[in-house]
Design a protein around this ligand. Structure first.
Ligand code: SF4
Length: 70
C-alpha cells in the first residue's frame, strides 16, 4: 500500500500512486489543488472544499479519496 494523505483545513485528500491511471483528470480539472510539478502536489486548501470533493469524485481509478475527519 502506498496511499499517502494530504491534510487540509477543511478536507484531507489521500492518493495511491499504484491505482492512478495517469489520465491527468485531476490536474486538468483543478490545477490550483493538483499540480504534479509541485511538492506537495496536492494542496487541499487551494480551492473551496466542495470543488475539491467534486474533483476527487471524478478520479476514474479510485487513486484519489477524501479521508474522513478523525
Ligand atoms: S484523476 Fe485520478 S487517475 Fe487521473 S491522474 Fe488524477 S489521481 Fe490519477
Amino acid at each position: 500500500m502506498s496511499r499517502k494523505s494530504y491534510p487540509g483545513e477543511q478536507v484531507t485528500v489521500s492518493f495511491d500512486g499504484d491505482l492512478c491511471r495517469h489520465a491527468g483528470r485531476c490536474v486538468a480539472g483543478l490545477p490550483e489543488v493538483f499540480d504534479t510539478g509541485r511538492r506537495p502536489w496536492i494542496l487541499p486548501d487551494a480551492a473551496e472544499a466542495g470543488a475539491v470533493i467534486a474533483q476527487v469524485g471524478r478520479c476514474p481509478s479510485g487513486a484519489l479519496r477524501i479521508e474522513p475527519r478523525s
